[in-house]
Design a protein around this ligand. Sequence first.
Ligand SMILES: N[C@@H](CCC(=O)N[C@@H](CS)C(=O)NCC(=O)O)C(=O)O
Length: 217
Amino acid sequence: MIKMYGFWRSAASFRVRVALNLKGLPFEEEMIDIDVGTQYTADFLALNPQAAVPAVLVDGGPPLTQSLAILEYLEETHPAPALLPADPRGRARVRSLALLWAADHHPLIVPRIRRYLADEMGQDEAARTRWIRHWFREGLVAGEARLAGDPATGSFCHGDSPSFADLCLVSQAAGAKGFKVDFNDLPTVSRIVETCLARDEFARAHPLRQPGAPAQH
Ligand SMILES: N[C@@H](CCC(=O)N[C@@H](CS)C(=O)NCC(=O)O)C(=O)O
């Protein structure tokens, strides 16, 4: 059985959960509470010295880390259903969209950044919330600009089946919603997020459906 170390609210864990669900791979998840610092315990640092979730134990090997590397591993070892298009240009587009959210926007809002803003930069909660909302919104606005009007966009980010890009979009959108970032004015992003969340594999993986999650956030 695949074992994942994640956290209910973690966008990167959400992406991996969806991929495992879409590929029909059973897994168990242990929650590492990154709000209280469990990522810095010796036990967890032995799994991921970077002190971040997710970390995944699969196929008897050492822990896999970095959600996109984990997605690539799952895609290579369990190719069906494919979460990357068959053609190189399509794969480049999907990876580019995935990186837009996972590499350029998500890292700006994680707890270690928020702690640095508070402890080293003296930013109060209001300033930190402003920062977080700004980067969530900017990522979704950039996504709308990429997706709207591009003929490669379908009911999902790329064509009519879910890809890495949708996993990254939905995880950003869930975080944005938690911070009350309005994106109703972004019709393509809103439509794709809705389409994804209507699917059980996405809905079951949603942060608010995980142990430890509040009723609302
Ligand atoms: N780029 C990494 C991000 C990993 C990451 O930063 N995870 C967050 C939760 S989404 C975390 O564990 N943060 C711990 C912290 O900020 O202290 C990935 O995609 O896996």
